[in-house]
Design a protein around this ligand. Structure first.
Ligand code: ZN
Length: 137
């Protein structure tokens, strides 16, 4: 497989997120001082500026806030048409992820319920994928 997708860049602030994804969990960073949840991971809390944090696991479902369908540029590691969704989670945070291969892009609707599943991405990384709830298994 030829891919131009860059390798993930793991840091001390985001490694927990990728490790959770590899275990099939969707982690959300939580400020230890004020308990504000945030995603994507960042060194400091945007509310109180604390550098102390831990994480909680989000439920593996949400609602589709928006999406786009990518047709170009084509990459050998991805299947097209590639739908990329922005999902509202119960944690109040949002997740951007690809819909799984074979998704009917014409069936996507704002506020549609989606499940978070996990799949292999470029370079054998395991990342969240989106699946319309009630869709194929
Ligand atoms: Zn805080």
């Amino acid at each position: 497989m030829t891919t131009s997708v860059p390798h993930l860049v793991r840091t001390q602030d985001n490694a927990f997120w990728f490790e959770a994804a590899a275990e099939g969990r969707l982690a959300v960073q939580r400020c230890s001082a004020c308990e504000t949840l945030r995603h994507p991971p960042a060194p400091a809390c945007p509310e109180c500026h604390s550098f102390e944090w831990d994480s909680v696991d989000a439920p593996l479902h949400g609602t589709l806030h928006s999406w786009t369908v990518v047709h170009h540029p084509k990459d050998g590691s991805l299947a097209y048409p590639l739908a990329v969704g922005l999902v509202d989670l119960e944690t109040g945070t949002r997740l951007v992820a690809d819909f799984e291969e074979g998704t009917d892009v014409d069936a996507l609707r704002i506020d549609a319920p989606v499940d978070i599943v996990f799949g292999e991405h470029a370079h054998a990384e395991i990342l969240p994928r989106l699946r319309l709830s009630g869709g194929r298994s």
